[in-house]
Design a binder for this molecule. Structure first.
Ligand code: RET
Length: 286
């Protein structure tokens, strides 16, 4: 086996790339990463084109989705290029191996993308729901603080996923504490938002909570992927785990940014109708 520090603090995708990826594993990764950013560009149009289907007071939610789409599109595109740039085809072994590119593969672009998107996604719902007992500014600050701390601590931790499992798990654990705080605050925001909301909006808010919980859980799952595959304190370097991480991140991104944004738009449409703003009955919605 390889020396487990041959590549310094590089992530496990690179260590797996010493032996190399089969055509299928390499291409599936490249394709999944491409679909990831293509969806963001497509959804950008949805959020722009539907903005007038909700009453003006809910429109900041659509604007925040637009911000999320643009930043995710750009960073996920760079993430895909990072993948294709880091490995090259070797005709002798018929595998894609670490090339002599000057940049190894790293998921850091994702983490820094989250630094923009996580606060935006958390703020977004506050422009749709009406809080009954919590204060807007207090919830906003808690979301901002725990959101950024969760990501920064996870970003540091992911550098150690191969070379120092102890540090990897310690940083991951600290990050999880902030994550639990976010889940608690979000649950409260959604429960308050459901009170007094029209029935359709209540139903969508219930769906948003379930989606939020499952989609956000996928991120720590992807962080742990080399260990979920090895089930030991040595990271797995299997290419299946590498592909599984790309798929997990992409499913998580599409759910937590795009589907979440669409459900918030649908919620805001229901609330707009209850407020007397019904785009379906308007002469011209756009
Ligand atoms: C990390 C580190 C390990 C522990 C935990 C994590 C949680 C990450 C989450 C990220 C959510 C990102 C989103 C991005 C959307 O653009 C940092 C992987 C708990 C929950 C929603």
């Amino acid at each position: 086996m390889y020396l487990l520090n041959a590549l310094g603090n590089a992530t496990f995708e690179n260590y797996a790339g010493i032996e190399g990826f089969t055509e299928m594993a390499y291409q599936m990764s490249a394709h999944v990463l491409t679909v990831g950013y293509a969806v963001m560009l497509a959804a950008l149009f949805y959020f722009v084109l539907t903005i007038k289907t909700v009453a003006p007071k809910y429109r900041i939610s659509s604007v925040l989705s637009v911000v999320v789409m643009v930043s995710a599109f750009l960073l996920l595109m760079i993430q895909q290029q990072n993948w294709t740039g880091a490995f090259e085809f070797n005709a002798d072994t018929q595998r894609y191996v670490l090339g002599n590119a000057n940049d190894l593969f790293n998921n850091g672009y994702r983490y820094l993308n989250w630094l923009i998107d996580v606060p935006m996604l958390l703020f977004q719902i506050l422009f749709v729901v009406t809080l009954t007992s919590s204060k807007f500014s207090s919830v906003r600050n808690q979301f901002f603080f725990s959101g950024t701390m969760m990501i920064v601590t996870g970003y540091v931790g992911q550098f150690y996923e191969v070379t120092n499992p102890t540090l990897f798990f310690v940083w991951g654990f600290i990050s999880t504490l902030f994550f639990v705080h976010i889940l608690i605050v979000m649950k409260k925001v959604i429960s308050e938002g459901q009170q007094g909301a029209p029935e359709g909006a209540q139903r969508y808010l219930g769906m948003i909570w379930k989606l939020f919980f499952v989609a956000w859980m996928l991120y720590p799952g992807a962080y742990l992927m080399p260990y979920l595959f090895s089930l030991s304190l040595e990271p797995s370097l299997s290419e299946t785990a590498v592909v599984a991480r790309h798929i997990t991140y992409t499913v998580a991104d599409v759910s937590s940014k795009v589907i979440y944004g669409i459900l918030l738009t649908l919620t805001a449409q229901e609330m707009s109708k209850a407020d007397g703003y019904d785009y379906e009955k308007m002469e011209s919605a756009i």
